[in-house]
Design a protein around this ligand. Structure first.
Ligand SMILES: [Zn+2]
Length: 218
């Protein structure tokens, strides 16, 4: 690889924190970028900041609240209830093109600091209907970003084919199971670690952890 400098798209949740731990093992220099788009819980930004500080990762927070001018959804608006997708309709947390936007901004940032590698925790396995989490899209965007900026970026997606249980296994393999479990925030109600236990994000996270721990014990 030409340069071993990487930018991780980082929210402070289980997936992106696992990606951050992965990146620290893969690259000489790792930077994290977090998008502030008026999340329901400022706790998410605080959580990401604390994790980056703990791991001594340079951390950039970008103001992306402009996406609220484009779309209304349950992640950014308190008056829209969270509903799950049913296979035909998307979950109410959907912001169209969010990953595409975030990755594109992360690439501009990577360009500015001379990093060739981008890491995102998207997963086609658990993609909940978000089309810009899929492998084909990421490969397409990689080509587009390289054409747009005359660069040789490589977008890494360590979680692309993993389910939640396998993502916990990866954290464990990286020596970070307890770290990810105790420090991250996935819960839609803004509660760190094991969360509220009831929202869709907590249920998905807990089911994955239980499956992994049962398998690990067997
Ligand atoms: Zn929860």
């Amino acid at each position: 690889m030409k340069n071993k400098k990487a930018v991780v798209v980082f929210s402070g949740g289980q997936d992106s924190t696992t990606c951050l731990l992965w990146a620290v093992q893969q690259f000489d220099e790792v930077h994290a970028v977090t998008f502030d788009y008026g999340q329901r819980h400022k706790e998410e930004i605080r959580c990401a900041t604390e994790i980056a500080q703990t791991l001594h990762i340079p951390h950039k927070i970008l103001d992306m609240r402009l996406i609220n001018q484009l779309t209304e959804n349950a992640l950014t608006r308190d008056d829209i209830p969270l509903t799950e997708g049913d296979g035909e309709t998307l979950p109410s947390s959907f912001v169209p093109g969010r990953n595409q936007l975030f990755l594109s901004f992360a690439a501009v940032y990577a360009h500015s600091i001379g990093a060739d590698h981008l890491i995102t925790g998207v997963s086609q396995t658990d993609y909940s209907g978000y089309p810009d989490c899929r492998d084909t899209f990421i490969k397409s965007l990689n080509v587009s970003l390289n054409l747009a900026m005359e660069k040789d970026f490589v977008i890494h997606t360590p979680l692309m084919w993993l389910d939640k249980a396998a993502t916990w296994k990866l954290a464990d393999d990286l020596g970070g199971l307890d770290f990810v479990r105790s420090k991250t925030l996935t819960c839609y109600n803004g509660i760190r670690a094991d969360g509220c236990g009831e929202c869709p994000a907590c249920v998905l996270r807990k089911n994955g952890l239980d499956t992994y721990l049962e398998g690990a014990r067997a």
